[in-house]
Design a binder for this molecule. Sequence first.
Ligand code: AMP
Length: 310
Amino acid sequence: MLQVITSIKDFKQNITTFKESQLSIGFVPTMGALHEGHLRLVRQAKEENDKVVVSIFVNPLQFGINEDFTQYPRTFDNDCELLSKEDVDIVFNPKAPEMYPNGFCTSVVLEHLEDKLCGKSRPGHFRGVAAVVLKLFNLVKPDVAYFGQKDFQQTVVIMRVVADLNLDVNIKVLPTIRNKEGLALSSRNAYLSGTEKNDALCLYKALIKAKDMVNAGTKNTKEITAEMEKIINNCKSAKIDYISIVNPETLEAVSEVQHGDVAALAVRIGKTRLIDNIIMFFLIAVMWINLNVQEIQSCSCSANFSSHRM
Ligand code: AMP
C-alpha cells in the first residue's frame, strides 16, 4: 500500500522502522510528472530492494529566476496512481518550506563540474541539484539510488558528491528511455506542440550521426560536432545551446574521441530547452563489454550506458 508522506518527521520514523528491520531501501528521486523513464528506475529499484522510496519534489533551488519553476508540470494524483501500480512503498512529497526552512543557507559547490555543459546557461543549477540530493540521501538513507542517463551531467555530479563526501550509497545509472522515434522521454516534452515534438527528433538524429561517424572511424570531435550542428540547424524551430563531446568524469571537451566519451547537447525547440546525450562506444569495445558483462554488472557504482527505445 503506497504511503504518501509530506513531513520530514513522519518520513524519518518510517525510515527508522525499515532500518530496524534491516530492510534494504531503493530510492528514486524525481520532480514528478512521471513517465516511463521514471518508471523503469522504479521497477529496477523494486527488483533489487526490500523497500522502494520515490521522492516527488520540484526543487526550487535548481531553477534559475527566469526558468520554468512555476510552469513545471505537476501531476501528483496521476503520479501516485502510477507508483501504486508499481507497488512503491513510500512517496515522499515535502513542500518547499519543509525542505528549506527560514535560515537555510548551505550550498554544495562543485568546482570544475558545475560550470560545464548545462551549467554554463544554468548557473547555480547543479548546486541546487547536489544540495537536494544530499538532503534526500540523508533522509532516505538508501542502499541504492537510481538515476537516468538522460541527465548525464547530473549523474556525473552526483557520483562526484558521493565519492568526495564518502556517502554510503550505491548509485545506479540506467539507460535513457525514448519514444519509438527516438525522442528521450522528459516531463518537459509536455511543453512541446505536435510539430515541435517532431522537430525535437533532431537531437536524437544528431547523436546518432555522431555515433555513426565514430563507428566509421572519425575521431576528430570538431568534424563530428560540425555534422551534428548541421542536423540541428536544419530544423527551423531549433536553437543550439551547446553541443560537446566530453570526458565522462571531468566533463572537459575532448579533441579526439576516446572510448566512453559522451556526446551531449542542449537545444531549444521553440521555448523548450531539451537535453540528450549518447556514449561513444567503439564497436570493438562494445564486443569486449558484452564478453565481460558479468564483471561490469557486479560494479557497485554502475552505469548502463545504452539507450532503450519503447
Ligand atoms: P526528473 O523528474 O526529471 O528530475 O527525473 C528524475 C529521474 O528520472 C532522473 O534520474 C532522470 O535522469 C530520470 N529520467 C528522466 N527522464 C528519463 C528518461 N527518458 N530515461 C531514463 N531516465 C530518465
